[in-house]
Design a protein around this ligand. Structure first.
Ligand SMILES: [Zn+2]
Length: 104
């Protein structure tokens, strides 16, 4: 029986030009400064989930949840954060849509 292994990857800078300026990140920063969003918020353009399972009859399988944003300097869209979790069908680890940046 495999234990739940949570892996987290963070890529704070653009892989092409090295800039740390991100479109969703900077838009969020403005909203935080206005007091419209909590300081601990994270922002991204889109999120993708991949279940690593042979078919749909899995009971537990690793799920990779990745978050993407665009570089303000050069326009490159890149993965800013990724998490690997073990999802259990009917269990609480099954990712829901929304902001999953919170440490677990
Ligand atoms: Zn860039």
């Amino acid at each position: 029986m495999e234990n739940t292994q949570n892996k987290t990857l963070d890529f704070p800078n653009c892989p092409k030009c090295g800039s740390g300026r991100r479109l969703a990140g900077e838009t969020l920063k403005v909203e935080v400064e206005k007091g419209k969003m909590p300081k601990q918020s994270n922002a991204f353009l889109f999120q993708h989930q991949s279940i690593i399972a042979k078919d749909m009859h899995w009971l537990s399988a690793p799920v990779i949840v990745s978050f993407f944003d665009a570089c303000v300097e050069c326009g490159t869209v890149y993965c800013i954060h990724a998490e690997t979790k073990l999802a259990v069908q009917g269990g609480k680890n099954l990712p829901k849509s929304g902001n999953l940046f919170s440490p677990s």
